[in-house]
Design a protein around this ligand. Sequence first.
Ligand code: GLN
Length: 479
Amino acid sequence: MKPFLTVRSLKEKIEKKEVSPEEVLSYYTERFNTYNEKIGAALEVFDEASVIESSKKEGALHGIPGLIKDNISQNDRGLTCASRILADFVSPYDATACSRLKNEGALLMGRANMDEFAMGSSTETSAFFKTKNPWDVSRVPGGSSGGSAAAVAAGLVPWALGSDTGGSVRQPAAFCGIVGFKPTYGLISRYGLVAYGSSLDQIGIFAHTAYDAAMICSAIAGHDVKDSTTLMVGKTDYTQKLDGTLPDDITIGVVENALHAEGMDSGVVQAIEEAIVQYEKLGIKVKRISMPSLDYAAAAYFILSRAEAASNLARFDGVRYGMRAADVDALKQLYAKTRHDGFGDEVKARIMVGNYVLSAGHADQFYDGAQKVQRLIRREFMKAFADVNLLIMPTHPAPAFKFGAYSDNKLQMDLQDYFTCAMNLAGNPAISIPCGMSKDGLPIGMQLVGPHLSENLLFQAAHAYQEKTNWHEEHPEGF
Ligand code: GLN
């Protein structure tokens, strides 16, 4: 066994009986034992026997280990959302994504660290410990799904699940030099995903290649009777069209006002311009376009995500889930003390902002205005896709930042979502792919965006690029 194997190559090895699922799992467990302390990617790695036992012994992902962000329920395992309030909570059931993966024989080997309740862009808000970027441990892995991204980037696991409400799969993927995919809103069931912003949340996938992400997506996508927001999409094999080619007559729109926005790191711009040349070489037409409403996406996202979070997190009251404050005399005191002791500062701040923007007298000023911007962005995407098949733009304005860089500048932290949250507001699928390295040796990502349910084309375009380039084969040293 070698580190950094893809899902695809592992599947081949297992099918040819070069290795057994048990051997594969032991190998990755050993890698966690050796390296997890260095980067803090996993909150828990399960014992091997219980992992093998909980999955089917056959299927499209038979014997292939993965890590699950700790806001996605795994039956009979802890589920903390990296929060003290759920520190001892055990999930009584599997999220649909997890049960489908187990049903395809995948081995769910542990729980990934994250920002508390998926609120953040650096994994610094985890109540337990910080996850470090494997490329440079003085830097953040991005967030909120930083544990999932760091684990894949360090080769501790070939794929992982995260969740993406405003960019939490794509931004950490870009910071860690791997692929991060967010599906169309409603493609992947959220049954068992702890809700943050319900009109925005989607489960997403980390892997080294678009091909691997397509393999995982094929296992989990499609309608689920347990999630009424899933679309009526049947089981699909998203790898079927991945032969390195693209359909004839494809045009990619380069979102100029994003790519050349003020404050963009010049290395990121250059890497993406080079990727555009690569697409031209693949025979794709390129059109430079502008999407002015993107400039308002982060502000609208800020308001809507907080409003939805305030309402979703009301359920953590010390009665039904997790922690319960002791030494209280009255019910109201129980609520207050549990939430005071259980939630971290970022979560509390967001609940307060959320309740404020929804409160009488302020809702029309904030919430209603943000919804108008959301409609504007949706229309602008529809208009763009009447003209081009896909969009290309940055995932992030600059490579991974240092720990604490934005502790005193929350605005900069919130601006991490600048290029990613519009797709959550509009429900469009998007994928971040590694496309270069900064002069400091940090990975750079670019983002491809498609119309609703264009996953096949999105994977095709990402795969075709990866067939011609080898940025995805660059790995951090020391793992
Ligand atoms: N950084 C964004 C936030 O803090 C994105 C979070 C996410 O996608 N879960 O809300």
